[in-house]
Ligand binder design. Structure first.
Ligand SMILES: Nc1ncnc2c1ncn2[C@@H]1O[C@H](COP(=O)(O)OP(=O)(O)O)[C@@H](O)[C@H]1O
Ligand SMILES: [Mg+2]
Length: 308
C-alpha cells in the first residue's frame, strides 16, 4: 500500500544558516499513529510545518495522498488537520462559530451535521454557544482538535498535544486520540515524553538534531528502551558481588558501596523482591535504594554510540 505521506531527502536550513533538518526520509502509513519523539529543538515542529506547507523545505520532497506538497498545495493541505504547538484562539468567538469558520477556510461548503458530530465526539456539544474564553484548559485543547477536524482531513498532526498539561488531562488526550484513530484518521503526534510515545503510538520515529535516527514499531522500540536501573547503597562496602548473585546484571562500584542492577521492565531477569531477599540472606545491609528509568537522553547516547 502506498504510504499516505512520503518524505524524501528533506532538509531545512533556516535563514541565518541553522540546519534544522538533515536529509530526513520517512513514510507514514494510512491509519497509523506515528509518534515523532525527540528533545526540544530536534526539528519536530519544523518537519510538521513543512508537510503542512507553513515552512518551505530547502531540499527534498514530500507527497501527501500521492500529491506533491508544493505543486498541489491546496490538495495536500486540505487532507491535513493541524493542531499547532501554540494554542491560538479568538477569546470572544463561540465554539460553534470558530469550528464552522475553520471549515470555511478550506473552501468546504457548510456542513452543520459534520460540525455537530465533531463537537459531540470531543464532548464540546454542550459548550457550542459559549465564548472560548469561558472554556477550561482541557476544553480549549479539545476545541483546537475540533477546529483541525472541521474540514474532514484524513491526516491529523498534533504538535506536542500534552506539553505542560497535568496527568489527568494527558490521559484524557490519549483516550481521545485513540478514539479518533478508530475513525480511520492517520495521526502524527510529536512529543518529548517517552511515556506518551509508548502509550499512543503504533510506530515511533526518533528525531535528534534534525536527523531521524530510528523508526521502529512501538513494541520493538519499547523492548529496547525498557531498561531500568536499581541502585543499592550499602551500609558496609563489599569486596565482590556475593556468590550466587553474580552474572545477573549486578555491578559493584569501585568503592564497594554501591550495587547497581539493570533489568528490563518487560522481562526481568530476576525479580527485584527476590534480589533484595537474596542480598539480605547473603548478609548485605542496605542504607538506601533508588531506581532510574532509561531517559531519552540515555537512549540518544546509546544510539549515537552504536553508530545508528
Ligand atoms: N524560524 C526559525 N529561524 C531559525 N531557527 C529556527 C526557526 N525555527 C526553529 N528554529 C531552530 O530549529 C531547531 C528546531 O526547531 P523546532 O523544529 O521547533 O524543534 P522542536 O519542535 O523539535 O522543538 C531549533 O534549534 C530552533 O531554534
Ligand atoms: Mg516543537
Amino acid at each position: 500500500m502506498q504510504p499516505i505521506i512520503e518524505i524524501r531527502n528533506l532538509s531545512k536550513t533556516y535563514a541565518g544558516g541553522f540546519q534544522a533538518l538533515k536529509d530526513v526520509n520517512l513514510e507514514i502509513r494510512e491509519g497509523e499513529i506515528l509518534a515523532l519523539l525527540g528533545p526540544n529543538g530536534a526539528g519536530k515542529t519544523t518537519l510538521i510545518s513543512i508537510v503542512c506547507g507553513i515552512v518551505n523545505a530547502t531540499a527534498g520532497s514530500v507527497t501527501v495522498g500521492g500529491h506533491d506538497i508544493v505543486r498541489d498545495f491546496r490538495k495536500t493541505r486540505a487532507l491535513i488537520g493541524l493542531v499547532p504547538q501554540e494554542l491560538t484562539t479568538d477569546a470572544f468567538e463561540t465554539v460553534w462559530d470558530t469550528v464552522s469558520f475553520s471549515r470555511g477556510l478550506f473552501g468546504k461548503p457548510k456542513n452543520p451535521a459534520h460540525v455537530e458530530q465533531v463537537l459531540k465526539s470531543l464532548t464540546l456539544w454542550d459548550k457550542r454557544k459559549q465564548k472560548i474564553m469561558t472554556l477550561s484548559g482541557g476544553m480549549k485543547r479539545r476545541l483546537m482538535i475540533a477546529k483541525a477536524l472541521s474540514h474532514e482531513p484524513r491526516i491529523l498532526f498534533l504538535d506536542e498535544p500534552t506539553a505542560g498539561v497535568d496527568v489527568e488531562l494527558r490521559r484524557e488526550m490519549w483516550e481521545l486520540v485513540r478514539e479518533l484513530r478508530k475513525t480511520g484518521v492517520t495521526i502524527i503526534l510529536t512529543t518529548h515524553y517517552i511515556e506518551e510515545a509508548e502509550e499512543m503510538a503504533d510506530r515511533v520515529a526518533v528525531i535528534n538534531k534534525g536527523e531521524i535516527i530510528l523508526v521502529e514499531d512501538k513494541a520493538e522500540l519499547m523492548r529496547k528502551l525498557g531498561k531500568k536501573r536499581l541502585t543499592l547503597h550499602l551500609q558496609e562496602p563489599l569486596k565482590k558481588i556475593p556468590k550466587g548473585l553474580s552474572g545477573n546484571g549486578l555491578a559493584l562500584s569501585e568503592d564497594g558501596f554501591e550495587l547497581t542492577y539493570e533489568y528490563d521492565t518487560r522481562a526481568e531477569r530476576i525479580g527485584v523482591t527476590q534480589l533484595l531477599a537474596d542480598l539480605n540472606a547473603a548478609g548485605v545491609r542496605l542504607k538506601d535504594l533508588g531506581t532510574e528509568q532509561s531517559s531519552l537522553e540515555d537512549i540518544f547516547v546509546d544510539l549515537v554510540r552504536n553508530g545508528r
